[in-house]
Write a protein that binds this ligand. Sequence first.
Ligand SMILES: Nc1ncnc2c1ncn2[C@@H]1O[C@H](COP(=O)(O)OP(=O)(O)OP(=O)(O)O)[C@@H](O)[C@H]1O
Length: 236
Amino acid sequence: MVLTVKNLCVQYGDKVAVQNLSFSVGKGEVLGLLGANGAGKSSAIAAILGIEKSDFEELTVLGKSPLTERKEVFEEVGVQFQETNFQDRLTVEEACMQWRALYKETQPVDALLSTFGLSDKRKQLIKSLSGGEKQRLAVMLALLPNPQIVFLDELTTGLDTKARRRLWKQLSLMKENGLSIVLTSHYMDEVEVLCDHLFILREGITVASGSVQDIIRLSGQETLENAYLHFAGEEE
Ligand SMILES: Nc1ncnc2c1ncn2[C@@H]1O[C@H](COP(=O)(O)OP(=O)(O)OP(=O)(O)O)[C@@H](O)[C@H]1O
C-alpha cells in the first residue's frame, strides 16, 4: 500500500475534527475525501502529512512514518494546499527553481509549465497571476517532484471549464503511470471522473465509503450529487 491510515483522530481543543478515519490507497489509485465545509477533509490531510497533531493506530506513507521519517517520505510525496502560500514577489520561473531545489529529482520544468498552460507566464510575478493561474501553478508544483503520491486539496477550485478538463486528463494519465492521489473536492463531476474510492465525512465521522457506484447504491439515490447530499447532510 502507498498510504495506510488506521483510526486517525484530529482534535482542536474540545473540537473533534476527524474521528477514527481509516483507509488505504494502493499504487495508481485515486481516493476522494468529500464533505461539507468544516467536515474535516483538510485536517485529515494535514494530519497525514504530519503538519497537524493527531492520534492514530497506524499512519504510513510508502511504508514509512511521515512523522519520524519526514525527509525520506517527502522526497516521494507531492502536496498542493488549499491556501497557497506563494511568495508573491517571485516570478513563476523563480518559484519553480526554488521548489525544485528542495528535491533530489524532479520532472522537467519546461514540460510541466507547458502542460499546465503556464509557459508564457514564466517571467510574470506570481502576485500578478489570475486566481486560476495560481491554482494551476500550485498543482504543477505538487507534481514537480515526480511523486509517487500526491495530495490535492480542492483541486480545481477557481479553474475554468477548459482548465479543469485539461487537469483531469493530465491526472488520469499520471494515474495510469502509477501515481496515487488523495484529493478533496466539492465537485461531483470531477469526483466521478477521477476517483476510484470515496470517503464522505460529516463532522469528522466517515458516513459512507466505497466506489462511486457503491455510494449511489447505498444512498438509494440516482446521481452521485444526490447521494453525496444525502450522506453529507447537505440536503435542504
Ligand atoms: N486550528 C484549528 N483550531 C480550531 N479548530 C479548527 C482548526 N482547524 C480547523 N478547525 C475546525 O475543524 C473542523 C474541520 O475543519 P477542516 O478545515 O478540516 O474542514 P474541511 O472539510 O477541510 O472544510 P472546507 O471544505 O471548508 O475546506 C472545522 O470545524 C474547523 O473550524
